[in-house]
Design a protein around this ligand. Structure first.
Ligand code: NAD
Length: 358
């Protein structure tokens, strides 16, 4: 199958296959759009069963980054890199150096960062050959762990959804959090401080014990989280949490959490809407992390220091956008994910038109 025939192609500006015989690097760097600025998105290392599977993943993830960056209204387009390999056994410094050379070859059209299977230590090897790497520590522009900022955005997003769906604040509202890792744990602390009651689950007992100790949260088994008596379900673990079975079990009206790709398939967004659930589109509500990364890229480009005030202003704007998506969904009687996709596409098309006119 050619790139152009892939169902995930969606008008990518560039799709770059990278092979380095010496190190065994096999990677795909997908650049969906640079209309709003250089494409930015993490690098994932995964043992894909085939080149086609890697291509499909790269294209889907890259397009998703375009949408996420457009909704966060940051001056970045969407891209993603995937390295074909097992991150537990196939990593070498030379492999990431070769990846760095490939990123550099794109001349700044793509900025890379961490994603599944790739750590800051790996990216430090890539950085030896390119400056287009975000997410490294030890310099004034460094943005650090994005999780607290992601959690702050999700917290504000949950509050907004509860206002829309229940016309009340968070005091006394019960939130069921699936996954109390980096983002979920911060989110739990913020919700607890705002007076919410928590029901939490995770497959990691130590993480559960820590969060429950701090917040008084009730712990339930992983599968029981879908049946929790809670106004809000906050998926903060892996993707695909929402499917026809699980959404039928949810008790509350709000679904709002940090996880990427929460809908197992697009029709689940329609089902959520038909069943009266207010769903905060994942790539909108979890945009805090990429805003943090964008601040680092801006600082690196300007040889300046990281600017937390810029992050806060974009976070506020992100919440305005989320509010617009929720309101339009209610007024136009359409699922939120549809409204969000439409808005993201319009923002990208607007930037593309401005670029052509310039
Ligand atoms: P993490 O790995 O730190 O946390 C995920 C947690 O989910 C872990 O504690 C894990 O044990 C738990 N988990 C895994 N499977 C589970 C299951 N079946 N049931 C219950 N718990 C389970 O990851 P994170 O950085 O906190 O990110 C959480 C989600 O948010 C991911 O989907 C990630 O892609 C997304 N996200 C994160 C950021 C960020 O800034 N970290 C930004 C945007 C989106």
């Amino acid at each position: 199958m050619s790139v152009f025939d892939s169902p995930a192609f969606e008008n990518h500006e560039g799709v770059h296959s990278v092979f380095d015989e010496k190190t065994g690097l096999k990677a795909i760097i997908a650049v969906h759009s640079t209309a709003r600025g250089p494409a930015a998105g993490g690098c994932r290392m995964w043992p894909y069963a085939s080149g086609e599977a890697a291509l499909t993943d790269a294209l889907k993830l890259s397009r998703a980054m375009s949408y996420k960056n457009a909704m966060a209204d940051i001056p970045l387009g969407g891209g993603k890199a995937v390295i074909i390999g097992d991150s537990r056994t196939d990593k070498t410094p030379a492999l990431f150096e070769a990846f760095g050379r490939a990123v550099d070859g794109l001349g700044g059209r793509y900025w890379t960062a961490e994603d599944v299977g790739v750590s800051p230590a790996d990216l430090a090897h890539a950085r030896k050959h390119t400056r287009f790497v975000a997410g490294l520590d030890g310099h004034p522009a460094a943005s650090g762990d994005p999780s607290p900022v992601t959690a702050e955005g999700v917290f504000r997003g949950v509050r907004l959804c509860v206002e829309r769906a229940y016309d009340r604040d968070l005091k006394g509202v019960t939130v069921a959090i699936q996954g109390v890792g980096h983002v979920g744990a911060w989110l739990a602390d913020k919700l607890h401080a705002a007076g919410a009651r928590l029901i939490i689950t995770d497959v990691n007992p130590a993480a559960l014990a820590q969060v429950a100790g701090r917040t008084g949260a009730t712990i339930v088994a992983p599968d029981a989280i879908f049946d929790a008596e809670a106004e809000v379900f906050a998926p903060c673990a892996l993707g695909g949490a929402l499917n026809a079975d699980t959404l039928g079990r949810l008790k509350g009206r709000v679904v709002a959490g940090a996880a990427n790709n929460q809908l197992a398939s697009p029709d689940v967004g329609q089902l959520l809407f038909e069943r009266g659930r207010l769903y905060a589109p994942d790539y909108v509500i979890n945009g805090g992390g990429i805003i943090n990364v964008a601040a680092e890229i801006a600082a690196l480009e300007a040889s300046a220091a990281f600017d937390p005030a810029w992050v806060e202003s974009r976070l506020q704007r992100l919440m305005t956008t989320l509010g617009e998506v929720l309101d339009r969904s209610i007024v136009e009687r359409r699922p939120t994910h549809e409204v969000a996709d439409e808005l993201a596409k319009a923002r990208i098309a607007g930037a593309e038109a401005a670029r052509r006119a310039a």
